[in-house]
Ligand binder design. Structure first.
Ligand SMILES: *[C@@H]1O[C@H](CO)[C@@H](O)[C@H](O)[C@H]1NC(C)=O
Ligand SMILES: *[C@@H]1O[C@H](CO)[C@@H](O)[C@H](O)[C@H]1NC(C)=O
Ligand SMILES: *[C@@H]1O[C@H](CO)[C@@H](O)[C@H](O)[C@H]1NC(C)=O
Ligand SMILES: *[C@@H]1O[C@H](CO)[C@@H](O)[C@H](O)[C@H]1NC(C)=O
Ligand SMILES: *[C@@H]1O[C@H](CO)[C@@H](O)[C@H](O)[C@H]1NC(C)=O
Ligand SMILES: *[C@@H]1O[C@H](CO)[C@@H](O)[C@H](O)[C@H]1NC(C)=O
Ligand SMILES: *[C@@H]1O[C@H](CO)[C@@H](O)[C@H](O)[C@H]1NC(C)=O
Length: 466
């Protein structure tokens, strides 16, 4: 591998690309087969291919931007049972996914095992303030204990809250809320993304595509298992598709793309929306279907994702995914930012949310020939649930189960200009050139004889000097 980094990988692809153009020029009839062959070879996940170099380390900078929800009326909620009102604060931006895939092991059966190390570095120039800015947020320990501890034992929770002088809400820094602090009730660490830096995602086992390119990048196992085991159902527990960083080449826009996202503990699909131009490269924009988090009433496939009748109003609540089974029982709910596509009640239980399709949807831009994702915005919101109690003082005024927004994030990456130029020049343009040559040939073949004759002088021009 020696010198090889992402660029070198693309250059290796370029050499093959040039070869394709030359061969294509000579051997018209086999042009398509060669394009296909080149892409199929270069898309395999194995040392030396274009795909591999981009796969090991993300080719572009990945940013995770957080907007935290600041509670405006904590005392009114406690004292009079007022509806909580929130204002989003952000972005607080971190660079992430800067660590290469780790512990990469290839197996004889054309699969590869690896770890995705987590890491986050604060990026002040893309943030509204510092990590020490203070936010009034939900007290994670109180909400967690409310769900995790049986109602009969809530008096213990009440005692702990009293002795630690805790409340339903707490004021903490952005850094504490995101990455962890020691909680007096739990006498342990909590946070939205606790100890993120010291953790990794996986191990993942994915197909390299060496034997069958249609399988490249597809996840075979996650954490050593072919079933997620969170949903108690074969369909919902399925690891379906890739990790979204790439898809098998020759993408067909009529078919949805399937991928697994460990953040939300499930597989999802995205549908073709439009063809866009990204820095001179034609890409297909795919977005999550609005029915992804719909209630089982509207999307029967979601039945197995709904288990808590109380908090989901008998599974009629749309737009939230209860992931407590993959959060060790913590009442965590995932939604789109500002409860986009969610039930209206979510936005009357907490005031201050304004969903906006353009700002809050998740999309990915995939280059169709290679199947590489060249641009994406993954947007999700993390919420936690609490509810009424006759025993816990800080919850006595609460009227109903409330799915409370903590933070939403926009994780994005776009290929940089330099890589875009290289990608365009060395891979795509040559493939397109071949396509055009092929098309011209095809059109000529279909033209009647006299028309074909009339083209003759034009073609002869090509041999004139100058
Ligand atoms: C990754 O590899 C290192 C050694 O290269 C090893 O110490 C570590 O335990 C491995 N991690 C996992 C999770 O297997
Ligand atoms: C491939 O081989 C690895 C290591 O022997 C094994 O764990 C895995 O289950 C195999 N995968 C398939 C799809 O056969
Ligand atoms: C994670 O580690 C990096 C470098 O090792 C450091 O710069 C960064 O501040 C750490 N992030 C957090 C959230 O602690
Ligand atoms: C408990 O909290 C209240 C308000 O949050 C504060 O005024 C009071 O001093 C605290 N008491 C102790 C013992 O920390
Ligand atoms: C899994 O993907 C296949 C297409 O590859 C699709 O037909 C099927 O519906 C998907 N299943 C789930 C559970 O998403
Ligand atoms: C849920 O269903 C149960 C039993 O069918 C019913 O008693 C209850 O009122 C329903 N709850 C809601 C919020 O619709
Ligand atoms: C992420 O999405 C938000 C909401 O649309 C937007 O304000 C922000 O600029 C996006 N981030 C990047 C890096 O594009």
């Amino acid at each position: 591998m020696g010198c090889c980094n992402r660029r070198c990988g693309l250059i290796a692809g370029a050499v093959v690309g040039a070869l394709v153009a030359i061969l294509g020029g000579i051997l018209f009839p086999v042009g398509d087969i060669i394009i296909q062959g080149t892409v199929e070879t270069e898309a395999v996940i194995e040392p030396g291919t274009t795909a591999y170099e981009n796969w090991v380390a993300a080719g572009a900078k990945v940013y995770r931007q957080f907007w935290l929800f600041d509670v405006m009326n904590p005392l009114e909620v406690l004292e009079y049972g007022a509806t909580p009102a929130v204002v989003e604060r952000g972005p607080y931006t971190y660079m992430t996914r800067y660590l290469a895939r780790d512990n990469i092991t290839f197996h004889l059966n054309h699969t590869v095992t690896f770890l995705l190390p987590n890491g986050a570095i604060f990026e002040p120039s893309m943030s509204v303030g510092t990590e020490d800015d203070k936010i009034t947020s939900l007290n994670l320990a109180v909400a967690g204990a409310y769900s995790a501890i049986p109602t009969e034992l809530h008096s213990i929770v009440e005692t702990l809250i009293k002795t630690t002088n805790s409340s339903l809400f707490q004021r903490r820094t952005v850094k504490e809320l995101l990455f962890g602090y020691t909680d007096p009730i739990l006498r342990g660490d909590v946070g939205f993304f606790l100890d993120y830096n010291q953790t990794y995602d996986g191990p993942y086992d994915v197909f390299t595509g060496k034997d069958d390119i249609a399988k490249v990048g597809k996840i075979d196992m996650w954490k050593g298992s072919r079933s997620l085991g969170f949903w108690n159902d074969e369909y919902c527990d399925k690891l379906n598709g890739t990790d979204a960083s790439s898809f098998p080449p020759f993408v067909n826009k009529k078919e949805p793309l399937f991928f697994f996202s460990s953040d939300i503990c499930r597989s999802v699909s995205a549908s073709y929306e439009s063809t866009m131009n990204l820095k001179g490269i034609d890409v297909y924009r795919y977005s999550l279907h609005p029915s992804t988090l719909a209630s089982p009433l509207d999307n029967p496939d979601n039945k197995c994702f709904c288990s808590n009748m109380k908090t989901t109003k008998n599974c009629t609540l749309a737009g939230v995914l209860d992931i407590s089974t993959c959060q060790e029982g913590r009442p965590v709910y995932i939604s789109l930012p500002h409860f986009l596509h969610g039930s209206p009640s979510l936005r009357t239980d907490v005031i201050g949310l304004n969903p906006h399709e353009e700002h809050h949807k998740t999309f990915l831009d995939v280059e169709p020939t290679t199947g590489f994702t060249l641009n994406f915005a993954k947007r999700i919101q993390v919420n936690m649930m609490y509810g009424p109690s006759k025993v816990i003082t800080v919850l006595k005024k609460v009227k109903d189960y409330t799915i409370f927004p903590l933070v939403w994030l926009n994780e994005t990456a776009t290929l940089d200009d330099e890589t875009a130029e290289m990608f365009k020049k060395e891979l795509i343009s040559r493939i397109q050139m071949l396509d055009i040559i092929q098309q011209n040939r095809f059109q000529r073949a279909l033209q009647p004889r006299w028309r074909r004759g009339s083209k003759e002088p034009e073609r002869r021009c090509r041999f004139q000097p100058g």
